[in-house]
Design a protein. Structure first.
Length: 261
């Protein structure tokens, strides 16, 4: 089985993490076994062998393809109603082994789990995406109210530690979100698309900078795709030429109705 390879660390941001990994045992975020790294080789190997990125998925929305869709690499829903975004790359399924670690990170505020999820992405996925040419990597934003309540943006905490080409600028400021007081969990696809309309905007001082650029948008979970589609619409309405989604976990078809999504 392939071994977990450490990535070069940025100094001094990760110096404490490096010291802890050198002198203290670490519990794997998946199986909770103590070993050297935040995800053990067994769990990393399971993801490497069976992660969603190994499967035939729609190049546009990242959903697993049905047999009759494989020849076109394009799912029927995207053919019927083409999204604004151009490509989607997903690490694994929402029901996979990273679901619980993600929930621990988002809802129990275990920030170390966010670092571990970034490391998992880098170990499994970064080399596959290293040739993607883009100018910006933006996280799906939280509203100011939601950010104050949670204390951090989970998508940004993961995205800022993802390995990518040095000229790709990462920023949590360009894309902004108005406050939306209701949860989308359990909503129909149609309601999700309607309710998210007009929720996102670009900071005016950045509009000229993103003109004619390719932008990567990172999200921790993609369910219906309504949020990412609305973001892509706003980006393209403001002059972005191409939008690519990078997603940690992708819900299956039909959309999984889970408490936290």
């Amino acid at each position: 089985m392939a071994q977990y390879t450490q990535r070069p660390m940025r100094f001094p941001e990760n110096i404490l993490q490096a010291i802890c990994e050198r002198f203290l045992p670490t519990a794997c975020i998946v199986c909770q076994q103590f070993q050297d790294y935040s995800i053990c080789n067994n769990c990393l190997g399971a993801l490497r062998d069976d992660g969603l990125f190994n499967y035939q998925c729609c190049y546009q929305c990242g959903i697993t393809l049905q047999p009759e869709e494989i020849s076109q690499q394009h799912c029927a829903p995207c053919q019927i109603s083409e999204p604004y975004f151009d490509e989607t790359y997903c690490l694994d399924r929402y029901t996979g082994i990273l679901q619980e670690p993600l929930h621990e990170f988002k809802y129990q505020k275990r920030i170390a789990f966010g670092h571990a999820l970034s490391s998992t992405w880098n170990a499994l996925f970064s080399m596959q995406l290293e040739n993607i040419d883009a100018s910006y990597l933006l996280p799906v934003p939280l509203s100011i109210q939601k950010l104050s309540q949670r204390g951090f943006n989970q998508s940004w905490e993961i995205a800022k530690r993802i390995d990518c080409r040095k000229y790709i600028q990462k920023s949590p400021y360009i894309l902004q979100r108005h406050h939306y007081p209701e949860h989308q969990a359990g909503s129909s696809i149609e309601n999700r698309h309607q309710s998210i309309r007009g929720m996102f905007y670009i900071q005016e001082k950045y509009i000229e900078k993103i003109q004619h650029k390719t932008v990567i948008v990172f999200d921790d979970v993609m369910t219906s795709g309504a949020t990412l589609n609305e973001i892509a619409r706003v980006l393209k309405d403001n002059g972005v030429s191409r939008v690519i989604n990078w997603v940690l976990l992708r819900a299956a078809r039909p959309i999984e109705r889970a408490q936290h999504v």
